[in-house]
Design a protein around this ligand. Structure first.
Ligand code: DX5
Ligand code: ZN
Length: 221
């Protein structure tokens, strides 16, 4: 079995118990904490910002996987790096000078990720695939937790995987949106190796610890 990582998406947690939710993620073996930063402009929702990232950083050693769904992310890269982001992922739709953006993320000491909305073709990544540490395929339209997985995105993951293999790239291939025990195996088979989970992790009736264990066990071969 190829190794895979689980990245619970903290915006689906109970913010009144944030520290406990993060500790439960750690104990259940989460690999990264995924953080959805939304600005009410690039996407309709407003979530959290660098102060929140910084607060989470104080209570965990898990790598913080920061997904910027904001317009003009270049203005805020250093702020998120200082707040404790380990990975910073930007949307290709928001970066007119994507190569410079990637270089800046790396210069700040973070892993550089790129992502694309469901309707954006994989060819938008061609120039930057050799440069990035992480590619995130959105399997919902960004904006909310709890949306249905778009099965059309299986082919997109396969396409990115074959391009990464052709480059002999070891970049992470992450999927975000509607990931649960029935959809993770499909994306794993297509070639993804990092899975973001909001609802499936945090809304498990027995709590996030059990939510993560179920997701860990859904890949069996
Ligand atoms: C979607 C966000 C996701 C979201 C995932 O805009 O980027 O990270 O929180 O939530 P689920 O797993 O519930 O679809
Ligand atoms: Zn996300």
């Amino acid at each position: 079995m190829n190794k895979f990582l689980l990245a619970p998406s903290i915006i689906a947690s109970d913010f009144t118990k944030l520290g406990d939710e993060i500790k439960a993620c750690e104990s259940a073996g989460a690999d990264w904490l995924h953080m959805d930063i939304m600005d009410g402009h690039f996407v309709p929702t407003i979530t959290v910002g660098p102060l929140f990232v910084e607060a989470c950083k104080r209570v965990t050693k898990l790598p913080l996987d920061v997904h910027l769904m904001i317009s003009d992310p270049d203005r805020y890269l250093d702020v998120f790096a200082k707040a404790g982001a380990n990975n910073i992922t930007v949307h290709v739709e928001t970066c007119p000078n994507l190569i410079q953006t990637i270089e800046k993320i790396k210069a700040l000491g973070c892993k550089a990720g790129v992502t694309l909305n469901p309707l954006t073709p994989v060819s938008a990544l061609d120039q930057v695939l050799p440069l990035v540490d992480l590619i995130l395929v959105m399997s919902v339209n960004p904006g909310y937790s709890g949306q249905a997985f778009m099965p059309e995105m299986i082919g997109k993951v396969e396409e990115v995987r074959s391009k990464l293999n052709a480059l002999r790239s070891r970049a992470y291939l992450e999927v975000d949106g509607g990931m649960a025990a029935d959809t993770i195996p499909l994306m794993y088979k297509a070639g993804a190796n990092v899975f973001v989970a909001g609802n499936a992790a945090f809304k498990h009736p027995l709590g996030v610890g059990q939510g993560i264990r179920v997701l860990r066990d859904c890949i069996t071969a």
